[in-house]
Design a protein around this ligand. Sequence first.
Ligand code: ADQ
Length: 466
Amino acid sequence: MGRLVVISNRVAVPKARGAAGAQGGLAGALNSALKEYGGIWFGWSGQQSDDRTGNVKLQRNDGVTIATIDLSSRDVDEYYNGYANSTLWPLFHYRLDLTEYERETGKGYERVNERFAECVSPLIEEDDLVWVHDYHLLPLGDRLRARGLKNRIGFFLHIPWPPTRLFVSLPFHERLVRTMLEYDLIGFQTDEWRESFLHYCRKELGAKVDESSGSITLDGRTVIARAYPIGIDWEHFQAQGQTEEARKAEQRLVSSTRLRTAMIGVDRLDYSKGLPERIDGIGRFFDQHPKRVSDLVFIQIAPPSREDVETYQQMRTLLEQKTGQINGARSEVDLVPIRYVNRGYSHAELYGFFRASKIGLVTPLRDGMNLVAKEYVAAQDPEDPGALILSRFAGAARQLGTDVEGAVLVNPHSPDDLSHAIRIALDMPRAERKARYQAMIGTIRDDNVQAWTKHFCADLAAVRQQ
Ligand code: ADQ
């Protein structure tokens, strides 16, 4: 196998504290892949510059070549804040109500994909494997082929693929999916998203689809679609858990919550994560069990993300209001039921906070996978683990829960369901917590991010090209 060339919207050199929240789950995963195979990671530098000289900045970091370009402010508005984050992100998370359809941002999206192809193709050698990531770059494979690239090109979608009935609301949906058929292998987080994609190709494009192998054939070209559920960097996370920083974080939470059970949520501040709905569920729990206010403290850690997009600003305000209302109504001089923290923490600190919390609350309305759910479980003491409450609509629910085993599954839209799950988790006997933990920990440990990258890259290297 040649080198690996990873292409994603942003490249992220691992940084220390506070950076993890902004980087999201993607960064850690890709860094691990590149360290293992050697190669190049190409993407936007995060900088804006209006002089489009097309210069690629190269930097060696820990055996990996990081190659970046700047984007113009118009590119950032149209491609990043516009089409990627105001059209595709809400639509792919089933939020038609928040989806904007603007022709100009669509053009900006195509322009930036073309620019990515123009800048990265000279860096790619003949037998390199090319791995493109996520919704920012759906048409990139097609743009690379147009420049004569014959390499094996794979694509992985980190977020859900929406049902056909929602997806067809996107103007030019057919054109977009046809460009994706230029990849050799397309990976999804779960079978559910893969099935939606196959359904679209069959119904709307008339492609020949083989459900079991995932092959899609159209106009003489075949692409394979498979599910590759992403995992956490188990070893790294466990090593973080052994640090003094993790131990101090755990102690800090234990001593500040004293006899109350700590329940924790850790998310980017994003409407897909179901944060206002989560607060409503906690409010319902306190309404239904007013005496138990003194048993529970909820800690929500949520650093802001995508602050230039208006829906994100509105959500932040809504969340502050809802938290303020509950705290106003339920606090005592020495007791505040919800602690809402607008900042990121290092993985070591998160490990400590997770371990000190007897309930993990992960309730996205829709999520490709959700790595926080896996990190929460990975941080638990096997002899006295906490309980995980997990949304049925997170990709992770496919691996971590049935109705009786593993995580306590919930419908995050229903405050009653959330309230019920909180009561179950709060009163769960240790033996049941241990059994549920045992049902989850094997897949979290073994199906880790290294296994994920190995599996995807091996399949990509093995695809028969036409
Ligand atoms: P995200 O939407 O960013 O990722 P997630 O999978 O939960 O969501 O990953 C978040 C990562 O960022 C985790 O490693 C977590 O520890 C970290 N993080 C989150 N909040 C943090 C905070 N407050 N402080 C510090 N760190 C924080 C997208 C998709 C997911 C998919 C991943 C990976 O939306 O569905 O699981 O990519 O494919």
